[in-house]
Write a protein that binds this ligand. Structure first.
Ligand code: PLP
Length: 444
């Protein structure tokens, strides 16, 4: 067999640099490489394997569904699809709402925008999103994203998208004194942008309610203020919960921390929806949006929308979150992980900021100088030392995720406490090593 390095186009890398391990199995928070090594997964791969790897209930559900019925056209009915839609609406508290199934997060966000535009009667209405966000890598999703990696590929204006600055409290674009003020200021900018365009021209605001893959964790003032601003202007609010959903931020969905009055009008899901055991995304719409859409023809379709195998995996995933109390487990372990990271920060001058901790999600922002907050490398560059840290982690049997100057921690919600502690011990050692090399290079 030809090696994969010669036949496959891999994501987010120069093909000639691709050196990733081949994974042949998994169990809980560990992955098994083709060489027979076990790797502790401290990022749930792409922050998606919330249930760990090869979760037995989900694997069994896929097997059972495959034996019964693999596929039915999305235009006809499928039992696991109906069941999953019912469960999702219940968990979200979207009584009387509806679900549209997609294949992942990017097409989920594209469809959420499509539905918001249709329901608002503005087929080309503006959509407001923010810088330092990630909503996917298809064309419209790139335009929606505020992501430096894809910014040159899609012109937001062509897609009727406006970007605003993010609630990035550590380096607040609004120069506020506190994180709470930064959250308020970011929401106020959205309100001002709607007012500038005219509320009748803006179909929706699409944002990550809490955590995002670009390392922003919104202060707790942000989402309620954003909800208030959009409601007052009768503009639909779409929550991108692709990463933050399914316990990642300590709730079924991150916005739920702020109570039902802060419910979005639409919500997109993927990743934890099946714990990445099968590809699946979803758009949930509230009863109010559903009522408008129900009497109109939906001009959209995806051959694999609500694929029975994926929906069966989704139903089993939700049963697993419930039966294993994984949402509250994420809250408890997330608080412990955050406390440990703050303790690391006290000892490692390299750690400028620690954010997250509402569930098993946290971001470390690495700096050259903690007082001036000078970044280790200008965003979005990654300092070679961080690349080395990732490699040394793998050599020690632990996989970490990083973006630019950020280390993203998002272990599976099933991780054993002992394993979490071991992963953080390894990180502690790697940071000490990195600080030592930076000192010899004259940094910090
Ligand atoms: C917040 C968010 N939205 C959307 C996406 C895109 O999802 P997908 O890769 O399934 O298209 C991601 C993926 O990382 C994400 O983190």
């Amino acid at each position: 067999m030809l090696p994969e390095a010669r036949t496959v186009l891999h994501t987010w890398c120069r093909q000639t640099d691709w050196r990733a391990p081949t994974i042949v199995g998994g169990d809980g928070a560990r992955l098994l490489t083709a060489e027979g090594r076990a790797i502790l997964d401290m990022s749930s791969l792409a922050e998606c394997s919330n249930l760990g790897h090869q979760h037995p209930r989900v694997v069994e559900a896929i097997r059972t569904q495959a034996a019964r019925l693999c596929f039915v056209t999305s235009a006809w009915g499928a039992e696991p699809r109906a069941r999953l839609a019912e469960l999702l609406l219940e968990k979200a508290g979207f009584d009387g709402g509806r679900v549209f199934f997609t294949l992942g997060g990017a097409d989920g966000n594209e469809h959420a925008v499509k539905f918001a535009r249709q329901a608002s009667g503005q087929p080309r209405g503006w959509v407001i999103t923010r810088d330092r966000s990630y909503h996917g890598a298809s064309y419209a999703a790139m335009a929606l994203s505020g992501d430096t990696r894809t910014a040159t590929q899609a012109d937001p204006t062509t897609y009727r998208v406006i970007h605003v600055p993010p609630p990035y409290a550590y380096r607040c674009p609004f120069n506020t004194a506190t994180a709470d003020d930064c959250g308020h200021a970011a929401a106020a900018r959205v309100a001002a942008t709607i007012d500038e365009r005219g509320a009748g021209e803006v179909a929706a605001v699409l944002m990550e309610p809490n955590a995002g893959t670009n390392g922003i964790v919104a202060p707790r003032t942000f989402w309620p203020a954003l909800r208030e601003a959009t409601r007052a202007r009768r503009v639909y609010l779409i929550a991108d919960e692709v990463m933050s959903g399914f316990g990642r931020c300590g709730e079924w969905f991150a916005w739920q921390r702020y109570g039902s009055e802060n419910r979005p009008d639409l919500m997109t899901l993927a990743k934890g929806l099946t714990g990445a055991h099968a590809p699946l995304g979803a758009v949930l719409v509230t009863a109010d949006v559903a009522r408008v859409l129900e009497t109109q023809t939906l001009m959209t379709g995806l051959t694999y929308s609500g694929h029975p195998l994926s929906c069966a995996a989704g139903v089993a995933a939700i049963e697993s979150y419930l039966q294993e109390n994984l949402i509250s487990r994420s809250r408890t372990l997330g608080a412990a992980m955050y406390a440990r990271l703050r303790e690391l920060q006290a000892r490692h001058p390299l750690i400028g900021d620690v954010r997250g901790g509402d569930g098993l999600f946290a971001v470390l922002e690495l700096v050259r100088d903690r007082v001036s907050r000078e970044p280790l490398a200008p965003w979005p560059e990654m300092h070679p030392g961080i690349g080395r840290l990732l490699q040394q982690g793998m050599a020690a049997g632990v996989s970490f995720a990083a973006r630019g100057n950020l280390i993203l921690l998002a272990p599976p919600l099933v991780i054993e406490e002992r394993d979490l502690g071991e992963g953080l011990d390894v990180l502690d050692g790697l940071l000490t090593e990195l600080e030592r090399t930076l000192r010899t290079e004259g940094v910090g």
